[in-house]
Design a protein. Structure first.
Length: 303
């Protein structure tokens, strides 16, 4: 059985048998290719939206971790706050009378305890506020010294040195937060482009009106003029052909415009592949010499 390899989209391929006339083959290629691209874009859009939710959730967790590290560096002990927020509940086992007695005792003492508790809470809050203000002042003074370019040996350090482990943790979590934010922006772009591109293939009326095949050497086959002959008598067996859309002006006076039926790689690449593609594209940019001018050594010799 003879067949051809039809190329389209973004490195997508499909096999078509050529033991038939060109008329049904043309329709089959156009409908199959466009429907397949519509399915691919819909699936990718759903995939990117799901990934966006996952990365957004991860970003929230990483931001919490970053805040925790910053508090540790600032000397704020979260463990005490956690203990204070825990309900002091105990398992009371015994008879109903015992439990009732305990409840009544609690009610009697609650009023007296409230007054003392409020006073203590006020004192604690005042102390906390004082500590916060002190830390703020210390940080302000430290920043002023850095701006003035003061030397450490001349002035006493107003802030203790950051623990190397905490500093490493801070850098690690900060990098994770930045990566998540970068991924979210990429995913939003991917969702937008897949949605817009899918409109071209969503309905049969949006499909290309006229298509043609172009071989690996760029030679167009003009298959619309050969509808009544068998495809295997004209197309090379097992050869690869690109699907192209042919458009003409309304008055038919202008030359036909031919362009491949393809989609942007951003529609199908995952995040890792997208980063690799961006890096590869950046490496293709001309090297810059001093003064912002192109480096002559980076250019090839003119022939």
């Amino acid at each position: 059985m003879s067949f051809i390899v039809v190329k389209y989209g973004f490195n997508h391929k499909m096999l078509f048998g050529t033991n038939c006339m060109f008329a049904p083959l043309i329709d089959s290629i156009r409908d199959s290719v466009c429907k397949n691209l519509a399915d691919i874009l819909t699936a990718k859009n759903t995939e990117f939206q799901k990934k966006l939710k996952e990365v957004t959730a991860t970003l929230g967790n990483e931001k919490q971790a970053l805040e925790k590290v910053k508090r540790q560096i600032a000397g704020i002990d979260d463990s005490k706050d956690d203990e204070a927020n825990k309900d002091d509940k105990t398992d009371l086992k015994g008879t109903k009378k015992d439990r009732k007695t305990i409840k009544s005792l609690k009610k009697d003492t609650k009023k007296e305890q409230k007054k003392d508790t409020k006073k203590e809470e006020k004192k604690e809050e005042e102390k906390k506020e004082e500590k916060k203000e002190e830390k703020k002042e210390l940080k302000k003074e430290a920043k002023k010294e850095v701006k003035k370019g003061g030397k450490k040996e001349d002035k006493k350090s107003t802030e203790p040195p950051i623990d190397p482990e905490l500093e490493a943790k801070l850098n690690e979590v900060t990098a994770k937060v930045e990566k998540c934010e970068s991924d979210i922006e990429l995913l939003k772009q991917k969702i937008k482009i897949t949605k817009e591109t899918s409109k071209r293939f969503a309905k049969p009326e949006n499909y290309p009106k006229v298509i043609d095949l172009v071989d690996e050497n760029g030679e167009r086959k003009y298959i619309k003029t050969k509808k009544d002959i068998y495809a295997n008598t004209y197309l090379a067996d097992k050869a690869g052909y690109y699907v192209v859309e042919v458009t003409v002006s309304e008055d038919g006076k202008d030359a036909e415009e031919v362009k491949r039926v393809e989609i942007d790689g951003m529609c199908v690449r995952n995040l890792e592949e997208e980063r690799a593609a961006m890096e590869e594209e950046a490496n293709k940019l001309p090297e810059k010499g001093k003064g912002g001018k192109a480096n002559p050594a980076a250019k090839g010799k003119k022939k």
